[in-house]
Write a protein that binds this ligand. Structure first.
Ligand code: URA
Length: 232
């Protein structure tokens, strides 16, 4: 790709500003400083201001979303999770997006990518990536809930298609884990509310092969993730 395309694709500056970046000798390709934006480069072999291009093959990262942040770009809805990311990521094109969403009041694992094919593959309804949610409820979850959720016949209010079988494992009367392989609006909260156990705290602790516990993140922190983990 051209130098100006690279600088704008990876969020350094606009295509218009790229000429001045190049003139200042900030772009080096295979050890050679490129003063013109017309030169063709391979992103993996470029240094900008002495540093390699971040995520040259596409960005994929896991964020520990804290409670209170939204997956929307609109500041009017609350503080966007995007505020937790490096500014340069937000200038990349295609844009970095969340893979699916978590509610404002839900914390936990959130995947981010600018790779359209990966985003599409992971959010496709045909791709049942398992997601594990740890919850606390305001009232005990009734014993029959596990069989009901596992049945594949459980209907959420106002919906015509039953939920896919989900695995409920209780740890205490009001705490447990629910594994879903789909992602409907407020699904965990609605399922538990439907059996008389409204959720008071919710965290996504696993997403496909990723486990929050082993990533070693504090709320608000992110880590790069190998997208090949999701290719099976
Ligand atoms: N289910 C919910 O209710 N909320 C989430 O954020 C995710 C799953």
């Amino acid at each position: 790709m051209r130098v100006d395309a690279l600088l704008s694709r990876y969020g350094y500056c606009s295509r218009r500003e790229a000429a001045s970046w190049a003139k200042q000798g900030r772009v080096v390709h295979e050890g050679k400083t490129l003063f013109s934006v017309n030169a063709q480069v391979q992103p993996e072999r470029v240094l900008v201001d002495g540093a390699p291009v971040p995520f040259p093959q596409g960005l994929c990262a896991a964020l520990y979303k804290p409670v209170g942040y939204t997956c929307s770009h609109e500041a009017a809805d609350g503080t966007p999770v995007y505020d937790l990311l490096p500014e340069q990521w937000l200038r990349r094109t295609p844009a970095v997006q969340t893979v699916g969403r978590l509610d404002k009041e839900t914390s936990g694992l959130l995947l981010l990518t600018d790779d359209g094919a990966l985003l599409h593959a992971l959010t496709s309804p045909r791709r049942h990536v398992p997601k594990v949610y740890a919850f606390t409820t305001a009232a005990p979850v009734p014993p029959e809930a596990a069989a009901l959720f596992a049945s594949g016949e459980f209907l959420l209010r106002g919906e015509k298609t039953p939920c896919l079988p989900a695995r409920l494992v209780m740890q205490g009367e009001c705490t447990g884990r629910l594994t879903l392989s789909e992602g409907r609006y407020h699904q965990v909260r609605r399922m538990l509310a439907a059996v008389g156990a409204p959720v008071t705290a919710l965290e996504r602790v696993e997403l496909g092969p990723l486990r929050l516990e082993t990533l070693g993140l504090a709320p608000g922190e992110w880590v790069a993730v190998d997208p090949a983990l999701f290719s099976s």
